[in-house]
Design a protein around this ligand. Structure first.
Ligand SMILES: CC(C)(COP(=O)(O)OP(=O)(O)OC[C@H]1O[C@@H](n2cnc3c(N)ncnc32)[C@H](O)[C@@H]1OP(=O)(O)O)[C@@H](O)C(=O)NCCC(=O)NCCS
Length: 130
């Protein structure tokens, strides 16, 4: 799993209990994973199809810094699936884990279309960039 971006928790990110609002965290994850899917499928037209069971493992508070991690699970014909973990940057304590987030490549009309990528081709491009 690679941790790509970091977020500083600010007052507007909190719930009524003064801990990180779960909806805000899911918004960050959806955006991060969506951008990752766009780069891996080399196309901006992808939509979130499915999120598996979400486990809010521990809370985070104002001024904490969290980091968002993603890992490949599988690459299908029109879809790509990631696993996600968000953890505290300093303590490394897990805040949330999601086993599966599925994105689907779609056409102008929003219909699923093949992306013609495989795990091997994606990893090859990734190695070339590094
Ligand atoms: C994404 C969407 C176009 C897919 O349409 P669909 O009729 O389900 O398409 P398909 O059945 O052909 O499935 C497309 C892919 O999604 C996968 N998929 C479908 N349902 C799934 C599920 N419940 N869990 C995991 N993967 C799923 C299929 O396996 C397929 O992947 P593959 O081609 O790599 O094998 C359609 O469901 C949609 O528009 N959803 C709303 C998307 C959206 O607006 N998201 C933003 C958040 S609201």
């Amino acid at each position: 799993m690679k941790f790509y971006s970091r977020k500083l928790i600010k007052p507007g990110d909190l719930n009524a209990n003064n801990t990180l609002f779960g909806g805000q965290l899911l918004k960050w994850i959806d955006e991060e994973a969506g951008i990752y899917a766009m780069t891996k499928l080399n196309n901006h037209r992808v939509v979130t199809k499915y999120m598996s069971e979400i486990n809010f493992v521990s809370s985070a508070k104002q001024a904490d810094v969290v980091e968002l991690g993603l890992a490949f699970v599988e690459v299908g014909k029109t879809s790509i699936t990631f696993r996600c973990e968000v953890r505290n940057l300093f303590s490394k304590k897990t805040i949330i884990s999601i086993d599966k987030i599925v994105f689907v490549k779609v056409d102008e009309a929003g219909r699923p279309v093949p992306h013609y990528q495989t795990l091997a081709t994606i990893q090859k491009v990734q190695q070339a960039i590094i």
